[in-house]
Ligand binder design. Sequence first.
Ligand SMILES: Cc1cc2nc3c(=O)[nH]c(=O)nc-3n(C[C@H](O)[C@H](O)[C@H](O)COP(=O)(O)OP(=O)(O)OC[C@H]3O[C@@H](n4cnc5c(N)ncnc54)[C@H](O)[C@@H]3O)c2cc1C
Length: 445
Amino acid sequence: MEKKAITLIGAGLAGSLLGIFLARKGYAVTIYERRPDMRKTAISAGRSINLALANRGIAALEEIGLMDEIRKVLLPMAGRMLHDEAGNTQYFSYGQRPEEVIYSVSRGGLNCVLMDLAEREGVTIEFGRNCRDVDFSARTVSLLDETTQTLRDVGFDTLIGTDGSASAVRAAIQRETNGSCREEPLSHGYKELCIQPGPNGEFRLEKNALHIWPRGEFMLIALPNPDGTFTLTLFLPNEGPESFASLGSAEAVRAFFEKYFADTLPLLPDLELQFLGNPLGHLATVRSEPWHYRDLALVLGDAAHAIVPFHGQGMNCAFEDVSALNECQNGEAGWEAVFEQFFALRKPNAEAIADMALENYVEMRATVRDPKFGLKKQLSFELENRHSPRFIPRYSMVMFHRLPYAEARRRGAIQEEILNVLVEGVDTVERVDFALAESLIGERL
Ligand SMILES: Cc1cc2nc3c(=O)[nH]c(=O)nc-3n(C[C@H](O)[C@H](O)[C@H](O)COP(=O)(O)OP(=O)(O)OC[C@H]3O[C@@H](n4cnc5c(N)ncnc54)[C@H](O)[C@@H]3O)c2cc1C
């Protein structure tokens, strides 16, 4: 029997993973990818080299049996290491159980492993094919061949856009449905730098941590890579007195780092070269609906709901989307009903993680500097010990559990109120009124 065909646009993280699930369901999958094959050409520097992989993403990779292979190239990050202006460090564990860690993973490496498996499962990936438009009445996508610069129309039965935050498929769905799409650019951008390993290949910062230099209005972070390097990312306003706009010269860059990140200077001998040479990235939240058009097309991952990176959840959420779509498809329903069910299930969660990601930027760059931050973290763990699963720290609900994001956000807000009451006038966990804690948790959670 002829296999049903399905066309995907974008062989990034979500597209490659989705291709695997669909091929295993018996579909003939073709993916059109704009970029050249990254397994044959070098990945460009300076664009989110590594990512934090957490429980939701891991669960999807486990479903397709890839975790054993991926695990070999993961670096566990068990907590955040805060660096103050004077060069002092303070460590806060992310969780309190051995498995409660997040992992640094190479974006390119993970994408290559997913594409390899997709092809082994029979998926066809055509590279250098840029989707420019979709004609739903003719059921064709218009593809620009990036080498010859020629346009060609190819037919499709069902189309899924996994083409990232500037999705062409989303734009076509929007046009057809008169839908709504709000792109909310963040007024802060990012720039990546690299810390090289020491002379014997050693890591030059603690390797099992996510490093943060919180400076109130902006921050620098660092994630380890298996080759001993660290990818540093500076998040900073685009405009203003201390902004990317004000860091246009080598002198300005050095002075800025001397003032705020002096302890990184010995690790960055070529700071100015890297800073001025690497691209400036822009960040935005995309809130769109609907995500589908009839039974013809759907978007998922960043194409449906791009978020800012401060909770390290964009990829994890995209992987959870793929796994959720797979489940929606397990019944007898046709594509339109599947797409509707998927939207109903995922939209509230996409909104919740979009909001929590924005909130987490403030936590990472500013709230962690508050002396009450450590106390509240410690108290959260203690309340989790005494009252789990009723009380689970919000960070843990997002990163280590698979509770729907919307539920994590709802419960997190109540927990925050409880924590604020309990730490009022108290400076150590021992002095917290745990009888009050018990009654507040009993009443409100
Ligand atoms: C600085 C930064 C740090 C991040 N850190 C984390 C993190 O720690 N943890 C985490 O979970 N997430 C993180 N993210 C988010 C994560 O990168 C995204 O959520 C994830 O890549 C989404 O996967 P996707 O497949 O939906 O989109 P993408 O990864 O963007 O893939 C889209 C694919 O479609 C292709 N494409 C685009 N347009 C077309 C077209 N017109 N035609 C054909 N192909 C096309 C692209 O070339 C690409 O291959 C971070 C993002 C940034 C910017």
